[in-house]
Design a binder for this molecule. Structure first.
Ligand SMILES: [Zn+2]
Length: 510
């Protein structure tokens, strides 16, 4: 993207000031905004900045790379940081698509997390309010991770610009985190010591609303492939055979009976990866991939019972069982002081203003999904407190990060309310100007929060004190077994197949 020159820069800066502060006059009046914070908000409000990062997000959306195969997405984000003056280390923690960008020096060290992996089977055209894949069956960004890595780097670069202008001390780090959809990278990044010097972490996730929360949430998880090895034989004279597929089926029957005896906080789901190729050859190889989820306290017990179901399948069929842990993670423990600080900045930034065309798209998508046709969200959310009874839910490897540094997540807007997660409707909405504006609002709230943490030691201390107390109660002990390496092969074949077909639809800015 070309710089449009100083004059227009000043003009857009002024427009930006009006845009940022015009939207949230009340909250600005209530808060005295420090000059460093004002600066990052103005810097991010420049239309050419909104567009530059919007186009990066759209490019990553078009690459739609699966976990640990995000070569183009990681490169685009890392190159952008490097061009902005960050020192970038690539290929970290045993993952070619993991990187860290660093700017500044000394304490405090503030981290921003960013993700960029896509989901399988969700290909969909951007801003088209009915199911219409770019390529039938190809991956798609059904969780908005294309906007998240981009929001993270734009926030980090804004903070760097403020450091240059005002000369305050400290370090800003962006953690390029692959494979969040399969919750793989963070335990390895922690193990490699990447977070060792970090004082606080700002996480983000795309959403239709704008808000944050604190407390314990989400489920811990074991992601494991159970493989069975049997013996082939003719399907019409199968006496000599030992069916590995039978073992998978018996295991699945056993785990489905197990459900009755698990407390309601659990989640358990599986896909059969391999189950033979023809009915007249008894399958000698079969495998099933399980997600076993529960609270930190209940996870290991549940996992052991699932392993017993697998053993039962092997025993009943005379096959051999092998177990491969893909990943294992903790629940999230979001820091309250961090969330309170983020919330103030979310209110300061306020919701983006949506155009008529953007609201019309939102309503058309909502109509297609049978949801109330209310258009884009217009108000920021309230700070969410932890719920009373833990009923389980999704998982994120950010959980492990919350146990080694004070962390909370900013949910930023851009998605159409009512879209379904991990569904074509989500892919349709994570592209184009609604996504651009949403990720820009997210970047502003992150940059403003990073400024607070870098320039106001008392604020940072609140996060640290709460974290130290929590760390005494829940010291970090990874669920990930020590001998498990990042599963670099996991999506390799699948991505190779799709990449060849997807390449001609890549949106490239440079
Ligand atoms: Zn996600």
């Amino acid at each position: 993207m070309k710089n449009k020159g100083f004059k227009s820069g000043v003009l857009t800066c002024l427009l930006g000031v009006i845009l940022v502060f015009g939207l949230s006059v009340q909250s600005v009046a209530a808060q005295k905004v420090a000059k460093e914070k004002k600066f990052v908000l103005e810097w991010l409000s420049q239309p050419q900045i909104v567009e530059k990062f919007g186009r990066i997000s759209d490019s990553i959306w078009s690459y739609a790379e699966l976990g640990l195969q995000e070569y183009k997405s990681a490169k685009l984000l890392a190159d952008t940081l490097e061009e902005a003056g960050f020192t970038v280390e690539r290929g970290l923690a045993g993952m070619p698509t993991c990187f860290v960008g660093t700017y500044g020096s000394g304490k405090p060290v503030i981290g921003i997390l960013g993700e960029y992996d896509a989901l399988p089977m969700l290909s969909q055209k951007g801003r088209v309010p009915k199911q219409d894949p770019v390529i039938e069956g190809a991956p798609g960004h059904g969780c908005g991770h294309n906007t998240m890595g981009t929001a993270g780097i734009s926030a980090a670069i804004a903070v760097k610009e403020a450091m240059d202008k005002y000369g305050f001390k400290g370090t800003i780090k962006f953690f390029g985190s692959p494979a969040e959809e399969t919750v793989i990278s963070r335990p390895h990044m922690i193990r490699a010591g990447l977070f060792d010097d970090v004082d606080a972490v700002i996480d983000n996730h795309s959403s239709s609303g704008f808000g944050t929360s604190y407390g314990r949430g989400g489920n811990a998880l074991f992601s494991t492939v159970f493989s069975f090895k049997g013996r082939t034989s003719h399907g019409a004279s199968p006496w000599g055979g030992r069916s590995a597929l039978d073992a998978v089926e018996i295991m699945n029957v056993a785990t489905n009976f197990l459900r009755e005896h698990l407390l309601f906080s659990y989640r358990m789901h599986y896909v059969i990866l391999e189950g033979g190729e023809a009915p007249n050859v008894v399958p000698d190889k079969a495998s099933v991939w399980y997600y076993v989820r529960n609270s930190d306290e209940r996870l290991e017990d549940m996992y052991e019972r699932v392993i017993n179901c697998a053993k039962a399948g092997a025993l009943a069929t005379g096959t051999e069982l092998s177990i491969r842990v893909i990943t294992a993670i903790h629940q999230r423990y979001a820091n309250k002081a961090a969330a309170e600080l983020f919330q103030k900045n979310i209110e300061l930034v306020g919701m983006p203003e949506w155009t008529e065309e953007e609201n019309a798209f939102a309503k058309a998508l909502q109509k297609e999904l049978g949801r109330p046709e209310r258009g884009m969200s217009t108000r920021v959310g309230r700070l969410r407190e932890p719920g009373g009874v833990f009923v389980g839910g999704g998982s994120s490897d950010v959980g492990d990060v919350t146990l080694i540094a004070p962390t909370a997540t900013i949910r930023f807007p851009g998605q159409v309310p009512g879209t379904i997660g991990h569904h074509w409707s989500s892919v349709a909405t994570n592209y184009g100007t609604t996504a651009w504006k949403g990720l820009n609002a997210g970047a502003k709230s992150m940059a403003a929060s990073a400024i607070d943490l870098l320039t106001r030691p008392k604020e940072l201390q609140k996060l640290r004190d709460e974290f130290e107390a929590q760390a005494k109660q829940h010291p970090y002990k990874p669920f990930l077994p020590e001998d498990v390496a990042p599963p670099l092969d996991l999506n390799e074949e699948l991505m190779k197949k799709w990449r060849a077909l997807m390449e001609k639809f890549y949106i490239e800015d440079k």
